[in-house]
Ligand binder design. Structure first.
Ligand SMILES: [Zn+2]
Length: 203
């Protein structure tokens, strides 16, 4: 059974995150999607197609980690399966945010390799598990596709061997995950700042 109090808290936290991220230019034109873990096998995730800066609790629904909605008539975000796989593969992950910022979109197009390397930035310490600006942080990059199952499989296979707190989809956006929403929002903000710095350095 879903804990209804926990669900209500998750819905409000996702509504609040949407407002914050929309104001910061992270999710223009209905882009992006957000989720929170509810228990071992369920998540609260944004519904398909809604404007992320003007969410209401009713726009956030419950699915299992294969993105099958609890209420069959509801339709989760097309990319909900990518969220579900992150929870399924990482028991400590409590929140996942997917954003479509300008910096993430451009940088993922400019970087020709399969990994964006970040190092030397003090702000790297805003990422969970990073203790020093000296660490080399790898952000895997995947080519964009509309086949979410294929992408989820690719991501799962690669992340099983590479420690990371985020990945990029080329020309599309960022996925980042953390133990809770507060840390996840901090990571979105930090990564976008770092992507901006990288874009500037590569000009
Ligand atoms: Zn997207």
């Amino acid at each position: 059974m879903i804990d209804l109090e926990r669900l209500a808290q998750a819905q409000q936290a996702i509504v609040d995150a949407g407002e914050t991220l929309y104001r910061a230019g992270q999710v223009p034109a209905t882009g992006g999607n957000f989720s929170l873990r509810l228990d071992e096998s369920h998540m609260a995730v944004t519904a398909s197609g809604c404007h992320k800066g003007r969410l209401t609790p009713a726009d956030i629904l419950v699915t299992d980690l294969e993105a099958i909605p609890l209420e069959p008539h509801r339709k989760p975000s097309a990319e909900a399966l990518l969220h579900g796989r992150l929870y399924a593969d990482r028991p400590r992950t409590g929140a996942v945010l997917h954003t479509h910022s300008k910096a993430a979109t451009l940088l993922s197009l400019i970087e020709p390799g399969k990994t964006l390397w970040l190092s030397g930035y003090e702000l790297l310490k805003a990422l969970e598990g990073v203790a020093s600006h000296d660490e080399r942080v790898a952000i895997p990059i995947f080519d964009n596709t509309q086949d979410m199952r294929a992408l989820a499989d690719q991501v799962g296979e690669r992340l099983a061997h590479e420690a990371s707190v985020a990945y990029l989809i080329r020309g599309h956006g960022l996925y980042t995950w953390a133990t809770d929403m507060k840390a996840c929002l901090r990571q979105v903000e930090a990564l976008d700042f770092l992507f901006d710095c990288e874009l500037f350095l590569r000009r």
